[in-house]
Design a protein around this ligand. Structure first.
Ligand code: ADP
Ligand code: MG
Length: 604
């Protein structure tokens, strides 16, 4: 831009010179009149044109003959007539006038630089005109460029400094003064390098490279006169204006500080995010997963790589929900953009897990957040607690009632026997019913009593497979009766289990009895005992019976839950209670029509 300005200036100068020569040059001689490049116009005191030279006629696109006799007013635009008036006035006073005059040339207007003077005593005036339209245009352009340049320099937000070859600063804009914490005067005559904080190897390399390449862009720390340190980004251009060098500075300290605090806050967020015990899931308005923390990955048993980018509803496999339904649900969320609830998800491993979740919509730029917690264990615990609560209540009740019933029972039994001996008629059938019913009551009461009193149980280390073998032997007669056979697998060298053998026997009896009862047409009962880990042994007892529907499995172990006509619904309750006392757990796996497996885990 500056070179252009310089060129323009040169052009103007030559025009100016030529102009002056003409203006001051002699006005006599016909030769000059007809051959002059400048226009010459002779008019009288009435401003009527008397003569024009060919150059003028040509420049305004008219014939000499057409022009002679016309008034000057006719060839000058009306809004500039005042210039003619002024000329008249000045001619009277000074005999000569100079100025700018616009004249019609066809449909356009030409601007002339003119000089009018009185022509001897003839009463005529001679006006010499030079077309300065393009010169004026150039001048205006130059002025505009200068203004633009000044604007850029002065108003620029970046600091701009010009310096000469010895390094001295010769000009600086306001922004530069602000950056260097100096007044304009303080900055002039100093050198940029005075402000460089460390003249390190890096600094020297930058200078070297700058002289080689002629320009450079880099960043350094500067020390300001007020003791302030600033990181400045700069662009140097050597010989940018008339032998001066230019450097543009930008203060990047704030940007650096901002970047640092941004990094820190990102780190803080990451730590909270990743460290949270709850799973946190971020998703966009397309329901695509954007991010998930470590707890979330653990709970869903999927890695971040697998999750990011996939649709939210593809992990909601249990809900059978379409995208549209999901959208509808999300839309119907409370006005505060929040919703929560429970849902279940079947994980890759096949395990069904229950989650408690809470959604927050649009927490920032279309990103929504779901926090979730695995409540599977909590639900299981609650279920266990509920069961053991009822067991305890039953236990207390039983303790009270069982004894009260037992005593009269003994009396009843004795008298029935006496009666049976003394009655003449044959009532064997009745007596049989009475005795079996009585022994049934007896067994119920016995089971009650197990719940009731924390019996004087002696826990000792026992071989659990030995206990199982004895139980199987005990029940084999009953099994044969129902056409049921045993398949048993006992692992070698099983560790001993700390237990009460009679109670364990009771557990096995209860479960195996149920298994026999559930296979009226016979089948196999599969018993296996193995070491599950260093901590537990795993005992499983499976049948080929009807199976138990999923929603009924929960009810197992509840007192009096039975589906059998003559069942007590106490067997499994006692079983659960005993296993609980042994700090073990029971799991039931069942398929309708295929059979049921009871898994018992006991601590070693
Ligand atoms: P009861 O045998 O007196 O009915 P239990 O507590 O032993 O009482 O069993 C409760 C209920 O659990 C049974 O009535 C039956 O419905 C169900 N059940 C227990 N074991 C099995 C099994 N192996 N297969 C199918 N259902 C079973
Ligand atoms: Mg039973």
């Amino acid at each position: 831009m500056n070179q252009e300005i310089r060129k323009l200036y040169a052009r103007i100068e030559t025009l100016e010179k030529e102009n002056n020569i003409l203006a001051n040059g002699n006005s006599s001689g016909l030769d000059l009149f007809s051959h002059s490049k400048d226009g010459i116009l002779i008019f009288d005191s009435e401003e009527t044109i008397v003569d024009v030279n060919p150059s003028f006629a040509e420049s305004i696109k008219m014939d000499k003959q057409q022009l002679i006799g016309r008034s000057l007013c006719e060839i000058v635009p009306e809004n500039k007539h005042f210039k003619l008036e002024k000329q008249k006035e000045l001619l009277k006073k000074n005999n000569s006038v100079r100025g700018i005059l616009p004249v019609y040339s066809g449909t356009s207007i030409i601007e002339f630089d003119f000089a009018t003077s009185t022509l001897n005593e003839s009463g005529l005036f001679m006006c010499i005109l030079r077309d300065v339209t393009s010169k004026r245009r150039l001048e205006r352009k130059v002025k505009k460029n200068e203004e633009l340049y000044a604007d850029l320099f002065i108003e620029a937000l970046d600091g701009i400094i010009f310096w000469c070859s010895n390094g001295e600063i010769i000009d600086a804009n306001e922004a530069a003064c602000r950056i260097f914490e100096c007044t304009h005067d303080e900055l002039i005559k100093r050198q940029v390098k005075d402000f460089v904080y460390e003249k390190s190897e890096r600094y020297r390399n930058i200078v070297k490279e700058m002289f080689i390449k002629g320009s450079i862009r880099d960043e350094l720390v500067f020390l300001m006169p007020n003791g302030q340190f600033k990181s400045l980004e700069f662009t140097v251009k050597l010989n940018s204006v008339e032998g001066y060098h230019m450097t543009i500075f930008r203060n990047v300290s704030e940007r650096h500080a901002m970047e640092k605090s941004l990094r820190e806050s990102e780190q803080k967020f990451r730590m909270v995010f990743e460290g949270a015990l709850e799973g946190i899931l971020l998703w966009n308005d397309q329901f695509q997963i954007v991010d998930i923390n470590q707890s979330g990955q653990r709970m869903l048993q999927m890695s971040k790589e697998d999750l990011v980018g996939i649709s939210l509803h593809s992990i909601l496999n249990d809900c059978n929900i379409t995208d549209d339904e999901l959208k509808e649900q999300i839309r119907s969320i409370h006005s505060d953009g929040q919703s929560d609830g429970n849902l279940s998800i079947t994980l890759k491993s096949g395990r069904k897990k229950f989650f408690e979740f809470s959604n927050k919509l649009n927490i920032f730029s279309n990103i929504s957040m779901t926090t979730f917690k695995d409540i599977t264990e909590k639900l299981e615990m609650e279920e266990q607690l509920r069961k053991s609560d009822t067991l305890n209540v039953i236990g207390e009740l039983a303790a009270g009632i069982a004894h009260e019933i037992r005593n009269p029972m003994t009396a009843l039994k004795g008298f029935i026997q006496l009666l049976e001996g003394s009655v003449k008629e044959d009532h064997t059938m009745y007596f049989n019913v009475i005795t079996t019913e009585l022994s049934r009551i007896d067994s119920i009461i016995n089971e009650f009593l197990i719940l009731a009193k924390p019996q004087a149980v002696k826990f000792v280390e026992k071989d659990i497979s030995q206990i199982m073998k004895e139980t199987v032997d005990l029940l084999s007669a009953q099994a044969v009766l129902h056409n049921v056979q045993f398949r048993t697998y006992y692992e070698q060298n099983l560790p001993r289990v700390f237990c009460e053998s009679n109670q364990m026997k009771k557990v096995f009896i209860n479960i195996i009895k149920n298994a026999i009862e559930v296979m009226p047409k016979g089948g196999y009962i599969t018993v296996s005992i193995q070491k599950e880990s260093e901590q537990r042994v795993h005992i499983s007892i499976g049948d080929e019976g009807t199976g138990i529907p999923a929603h009924k499995i929960k009810k197992l172990g509840e007192p009096f839950y039975t589906t059998k006509e003559r069942g007590t619904g106490l067997g499994l309750m006692v079983t659960y209670k005993i296993i609980e006392e042994h700090k073990g757990t029971i799991e039931v796996e069942s398929k309708l029509g295929e059979g049921t497996v009871f898994h018992i885990y006991l601590p070693i």
